[in-house]
Design a protein around this ligand. Structure first.
Ligand SMILES: [Zn+2]
Length: 372
């Protein structure tokens, strides 16, 4: 019953911080959907800033003032949290969590402490471990981190010719979509997500879904690694006043242990490759490496943008700078990978992101000019 107790604590925390009252599925699904669609206007109750893109050609196709207004809206009018959004993200975590616990078991290091990953607007791409004495550890995973990962992977696979030709988005469309995703993360308090893109198909869908799953598993596995390695016993409690929901406590274990947790988490995930033959490894190993490093690339990019924009990143000092984490993990992985091109996809992903940052900054500057 301890995991149930952790689940209760998670919901109590969401309620205390006035995020949502509960995470129960709506009883009358159809009525709820109809109500959600008609209420709240463009920004009000809808975390997507109004609707979704139904076709790829519609992405970023509104006139410039409309596109700028949508970015500005997130900054000017904080959107309320929506239960359906949080429930959707919680379901993602509920689906992935058993896989990570299974990996720990398969690696010969079964977890004896109950752990539950719960979605929460923490404002940091790192999950936060909150010990619940007598019951286990509640791992709080940022709502918008999951949204950002999904959006970036969809945009990337839709744009880069490596995943299919012709690309589904032009460079300009991709840059705006990326600006929307990062804007929602930096300014949306975990309540706002970028307007959803159409669902990709075929190879693109398979790759985006696989990498999103792996990346989220890495976030969870990093926290599981802290528990497995006994790091939390030595932790120091720190409070950050600047999270989306006010002051929040987290455990700080020190930078060397953070690097350890990154390495241990990657090792856990690498066990999923054990059953592949050489051809399977050729596909899956680069994917895994890229997904794991994508989390840290996004960390680096959003930290840098937040710094440029004068925004606080909650619990920023708890982990080593993302660049150092990438370096340390790449060194570790280099000695572990089994295929010659295992790191290439990750390098492509990093370059793809870096190449679009200038365009994202350009959108942010225009918004700043607009709202003064
Ligand atoms: Zn950590």
């Amino acid at each position: 019953m301890t995991v149930e107790e952790l689940r209760n604590r998670h919901v109590a925390l969401l309620r205390d911080r006035r995020v949502v009252d509960h995470l129960d599925p709506p009883r009358d699904h159809t009525a709820r959907r109809a109500g959600g669609g008609s209420g709240g206007g463009s920004g009000g109750g809808d975390p997507t800033g109004g609707g979704r893109y139904h076709t790829w050609t519609r992405v970023a196709s509104e006139p410039l003032p409309g596109r700028l207004a949508r970015l500005a809206e997130v900054r000017l009018r904080p959107a309320p949290y929506r239960q359906a959004h949080l429930l959707d993200r919680q379901r993602t975590l509920d689906a992935l969590q058993p896989e990570v616990l299974h990996l720990a078991h398969a690696a010969g290091t079964p977890l004896t402490t109950p752990v539950l990953a719960g979605v929460f607007p923490t404002g940091t791409l790192d999950a936060l471990s909150v010990p619940v004495p007598g019951h286990g550890v509640l791992v709080l995973v940022d709502t918008s981190a999951l949204d950002l990962l999904d959006a970036v992977l969809t945009i990337m696979t839709a744009t880069s010719p490596a995943y299919g030709t012709p690309p589904l988005l032009t460079e300009d469309q991709a840059t705006y979509a990326l600006a929307e995703a990062v804007n929602a993360h930096l300014y949306g308090n975990g309540a706002v997500r970028a307007r959803p893109l159409p669902e990709p198909t075929g190879q693109r869908l398979a790759l985006a879904a696989l990498m999103a799953r792996r990346a989220t598993q890495f976030v969870l596995a990093h926290e599981v690694a802290h528990v497995l390695a006994g790091h939390l016993v030595h932790a120091r409690r720190v409070t950050d006043p600047d999270t989306p929901v006010g002051p929040l406590d987290a455990l700080s274990v020190g930078w060397p242990r953070e690097h350890d947790a990154d390495r241990l988490a990657a090792d856990l995930l690498f066990h999923t490759l054990d059953d592949f033959g050489p051809r399977g490894l050729d596909v899956h190993e680069p994917c895994l490496v890229a997904a794991v490093l994508l989390v840290l690339f996004l960390h680096e990019v959003t930290d840098r943008l937040a710094d440029e924009l004068g925004l606080a990143v909650p619990f920023a000092g708890n982990h080593p700078p993302a660049v150092r984490r990438v370096q340390s993990l790449v060194e570790h992985l280099s000695g572990r990978v089994r295929t010659p091109r295992a790191l290439d996809l990750a390098a492509d992903v990093a370059t793809w992101l870096e190449d679009r940052l200038g365009g994202v900054r350009h959108w942010f500057r225009q918004v700043a000019d607009l709202i003064g």
